[in-house]
Design a protein around this ligand. Structure first.
Ligand code: B12
Ligand code: SF4
Length: 449
């Protein structure tokens, strides 16, 4: 039998996202082929989905902000008599809704559940076209196929991604991984994957790389002789010790994204102990990491309940004063299946029900300390300040002064110039539009009350 696996992409994605694909669909393809199925994996935008492809089953992986487009794709395939499966981040906490759009719905998936499902489809026990879809129960995934097996489905010319662990032991209330089990892969398997990987550069896409210090220390030690270069996303917790920073450097880490998340709300993953202000503590920690790792991006979420106007000044100060090279801003978004969503719903604060706005940039809830249009103004100002030409020049110069590496300085220049372009051509116009939209929504709400 034939399965067409699609991870829907936004028409306009960030520059970084165009250079790599995700791993879950190639993993599902490997498991399907082990059963003798033929699998085709694609990562298209809505208008590039191939509806003429020959297949019996379509499996869609959906992010929440792409759910409306995903539902339309599912509808068209179902009209053609295909059995449609939906999984991915959106399905966590949204299974009931998804049952109206798919024949089968997964909110997590391991090989046993996938294999049983495909066998049941082969035997005719699971069929397309029921009135309501069926939820398939699965345990967490604990094993993944090797890189050599995944690579043929991953896509040519893309930066390889690798997982050293699955899930996360932390419980940040806004994250869909807040309740997942943390599972380490075996060090030997990861090293074997790296040996099989031709590319010298790759990215670890673990939800929280380094969550287990002992395991990660062992892995990094064994990576040193391979002389690869890599980047990853992590939290501050384990980066306090010189020993691990040295290991990261020696094993080839050239960049990391640190999820600081907030300067007002404390998340356990960052072990900021509050002995001095979060701002000062964070700056010190970032500067320490920078002694070992040449590029650092900090990720910040704005609009949390403890945030107020001063928070915007603090975020600017954090970027200006620390040696972080880039900063990415996200708006607190209540993704279904998270404690944050449940709380926002309970407090009656969700004002936007169209999933397309759940993209971490648009506004979807009321905020405790802001009128929404004022929040948009603050975002516009912050974007302008953190991407001002002189601050960009200062960041590039500081990086070059510390590392004397032309390649890295050139890469940083390209990233920061793209951010400058995006600020004026996308972010500012987006927040001007968001301001109008929220104003209209709030007026409509007042009229209804
Ligand atoms: C790495 C990562 C990225 C990377 C790479 C993404 C990629 N495609 O690999 C980058 C940086 C590009 C990225 C970008 C974004 N990301 Co991201 N990302 C992650 C991260 C950290 C890990 C994802 C991962 O690889 N997990 C490992 C795999 C194996 O697990 P999994 O994806 O959870 O899949 C499991 C199940 O969902 C299921 N499953 C998944 N797909 C399918 C499909 C089928 C058919 C089936 C049956 C099962 C199934 O099986 C798996 C095992 O149980 C997660 C955070 C997290 N903690 O999980 C966020 C996360 C997925 N990202 C998120 C978001 C919001 C974004 C952005 C919109 C952010 C932004 N504004 O820029 C963009 C959108 C990109 C896009 N596609 O349009 C959200 C998604 C929330 C949601 N409900 O939509 C998450 C969950 C973080 C969060 N805030 O909670 N991201
Ligand atoms: S540490 Fe990262 S992956 Fe883990 S729960 Fe928090 S935000 Fe999610």
């Amino acid at each position: 039998m034939k399965i067409y696996l699609i991870e829907l992409r936004a028409g306009h994605t960030g520059v970084a996202a165009q250079y790599f694909n995700s791993l879950m669909l190639p993993i599902l393809a490997v498991w399907a082929e082990r059963l003798g199925w033929q699998a085709t994996v694609r990562f298209p935008a809505f208008n590039k989905v191939d509806f003429d492809i020959e297949c019996d089953v379509v499996a869609l992986s959906l992010y929440t902000h792409l759910a409306p487009e995903g539902y339309e794709i599912a509808r068209r395939f179902r009209e053609m008599g295909k059995l449609v499966i939906i999984g991915g981040p959106h399905s966590k906490g949204c299974a009931e809704e998804l049952k109206h759009h798919a024949d089968l719905v997964f909110d997590r998936c391991n090989e046993a559940a996938w294999t049983d499902t495909l066998r049941a489809i082969e035997n005719g026990e699971l069929r397309a076209g029921g009135k309501s879809g069926q939820f398939i129960n699965s345990d967490e995934m604990t094993d993944i196929p090797s890189y050599a097996e995944i690579a043929p489905y991953y896509g040519k010319g893309k930066i390889p991604l690798l997982l050293s662990s699955l899930g996360c032991p932390h419980d940040c209330d806004f994250c869909t991984d807040w309740d997942t089990k943390y599972v380490k892969r075996s060090v030997d398997d990861v090293i074997q994957d790296l040996q099989d990987m031709k590319s010298r550069f790759f990215i670890f896409c673990d939800p929280n790389f380094g969550a287990n210090i002992k395991f990660t220390g062992e892995l990094l030690k064994q990576m040193i002789p391979l002389q690869k270069k890599y980047m990853m996303e992590t939290s501050l917790a384990w980066l306090a010790k010189d020993h691990y920073l040295q290991l990261l450097k020696d094993s080839g880490c050239i960049g990391l994204e640190v999820g600081i998340e907030s300067l007002t709300t404390v998340y356990k993953k960052n072990v900021l102990n509050g002995s001095e202000s979060i701002l000062e503590e964070t700056i010190k920690k970032i500067d320490k990491i920078k002694e070992y790792i040449p590029t650092i991006q900090i990720n910040i979420v704005l609009g949390l309940d403890d945030d107020n106007e001063d928070t915007f000044k603090l975020v600017e100060e954090l970027y200006r004063r620390s040696s972080a090279d880039t900063i990415a801003l996200f708006v607190a978004t209540p993704f279904p299946g998270t404690p944050y969503y449940d709380r926002m719903k309970q407090e009656g604060r969700i004002i936007e029900h169209n999933w397309k706005y759940y993209n971490c940039y648009d506004l979807t809830t009321t905020m405790k300390n802001f009128e929404l249009p004022d929040f948009c103004d603050q975002m516009i100002e912050l974007y302008k300040r953190i991407h001002s030409p002189w601050l960009i020049a200062k960041k590039i110069f500081a990086n070059f002064k510390q590392y004397r590496n032309f390649k890295i300085a050139a890469m940083l220049t390209a990233v920061l110039l793209t951010r400058l372009f995006n600020t004026w051509f996308f972010s500012i116009p987006d927040y001007v539009r968001a301001k109008r939209r929220t104003q209209a929504m709030l007026e409509h709400r007042e009229v209804q009350v």
